[in-house]
Design a protein around this ligand. Structure first.
Ligand code: EPS
Length: 397
């Protein structure tokens, strides 16, 4: 795992931190590149008031100099604007008395579906705020920052990562007959990041209805990665298989419950003849090794390795667990039945999840790229990639 990353930060703390290690030196990267993805993650019809408070912007603390990575860990800071409203509650200093601000926002009516209850039992805390602040999907801001750097690395290697929303709360979006050349430009122009305008209208009406009802909605986004060379990942060991690495990355996104690659679950219902992609020669298609799959039901992966065909991953998110019409729970102070806490929330965050899934895909794929082609510097990575592609092209040329 040459590229490693970790995040820190609480939802209403002072800031989020993202630490990305293993990026080769010489990658051109600007704060604007990161900020563009941070802004995309903040969009989406159905988000709540918090997104009107925040305007996520990155500050590089290390690893980038004069617009280029220098090979050292890239540390990034994204401040929480809402912190000013939460200072007394989130203050790291010991409290003078329990009567001060902190206790006023103590959470003792855990939300079904959130980390609240299991977290306080496991970590032996009285106040579920100690759990929910970190379990909050706010953390994904730091993932998107790291993912944006990896997206730049992939772009230098001719790889693009895009996504669009394909399902929301029971409504399917149809795929266009031909996908737009720039999928993200088309998806970002839609308030739900979907490519089906008719479905979008019905989804927006549904979100409005569900909001009035104090309820929440889940959905599915599809990530499409184009330009990958054949042979990233490996068949030899379970933890090197790229499909497994991508699934783990996607399932780590808050509220994500399912991942499909290519046909996914549908493949189990069909016969082999209707699942596997026939192979034909395709001279000049160097990234796939001068061959083409007549279909791409495998979604760009065979045997845990990229085929060079587009990588297609669908990621399913459950409805958000903070409902304004609270579900039944218990009060952990009294042991009595109660209604779950109902803090401000979003009706749905599926459009944002697509952007987060892009970031997670970029992190895994940049890691696989550096693993295969080495990477103290971008020049070295490019030379090794080009030499490999030239060699592969000769095999069936
Ligand atoms: C979240 C609850 C809401 C969301 C938040 C995730 O925040 P708050 O508790 O401040 O109203 O807006 O998402 C973000 C802040 C974000 O940046 O995506 C939760 O409980 O997971």
């Amino acid at each position: 795992m040459p590229i490693r990353f970790s995040t820190a930060g609480e939802s209403h703390g002072p800031a989020l931190v993202s630490l990305l290690e293993g990026v080769p030196a010489g990658l051109r990267v600007l704060a604007e590149d990161v900020n563009a993805d941070l802004a995309r993650r903040q969009q989406g019809y159905g988000r709540g008031r918090r997104m009107q408070i925040e305007r996520d912007e990155v500050e590089f603390l290390s690893g980038v100099r004069a617009g280029e990575t220098v090979g050292s860990p890239v540390a990034m800071l994204i401040r929480n604007r809402d912190w000013t409203n939460w200072q007394a509650i989130m203050d790291p200093a010991p409290r003078a008395t329990d009567a001060d601000g902190a206790r006023q926002r103590a959470v003792h009516r855990p939300r079904p579906g959130h980390a609240d209850l299991t977290g306080i039992l496991k970590y032996d805390r009285d106040d579920a705020r100690d759990i929910l602040e970190r379990a909050s999907a706010r953390e994904t801001t730091a993932r998107v920052a790291a993912g944006a750097i990896c997206r730049r690395l992939l772009a230098e290697c001719g790889v693009t990562v895009a996504s669009h929303l394909v399902h929301l709360g029971g409504i399917d979006a149809a795929r266009p007959g031909e996908m737009p050349a720039d999928i993200n430009a088309a998806a970002d122009a839609s308030p739900l990041r979907t490519l089906d305008a008719d479905a979008e209208r019905r989804m927006i009406a549904l979100i409005d209805d569900i909001k009035r009802d104090g309820n929440t909605l889940g959905g599915v986004c599809e990530v499409i990665v184009d330009g990958l060379p054949v042979g990233l990942g490996s068949h030899v060991s379970w933890d090197r298989k790229l499909d497994g690495r991508l699934a783990q990355a996607m399932l780590s996104i808050p509220a994500v419950k399912g991942v499909e690659i290519g046909l996914g679950f549908e493949a189990s219902r069909r016969t082999g003849a209707d699942v596997h992609d026939e192979i034909e020669l395709a001279p000049g298609r160097t990234r796939t090794g001068n061959v083409r799959r007549r279909t791409n039901r495998a979604g760009g992966l065979e045997g845990g390795m990229t085929t060079g065909e587009p990588l297609v991953i669908r990621v399913a998110m459950k409805p958000i667990s903070t409902l304004m019409r609270p579900l039944g729970t218990i009060d952990t102070r009294t042991g009595e039945e109660a209604e779950a806490v109902a803090e401000r929330s979003d009706v749905t965050a599926v459009p944002a999840m697509g952007v987060i899934a892009e970031a997670m895909a970029a992190l895994v794929l940049a890691d696989a790229m550096v693993e295969k082609f080495g990477g103290d510097s971008m020049g070295e990575l490019r030379r090794n990639l080009d030499s490999y592609l030239a060699h592969v092209a000769e095999r069936l040329g």
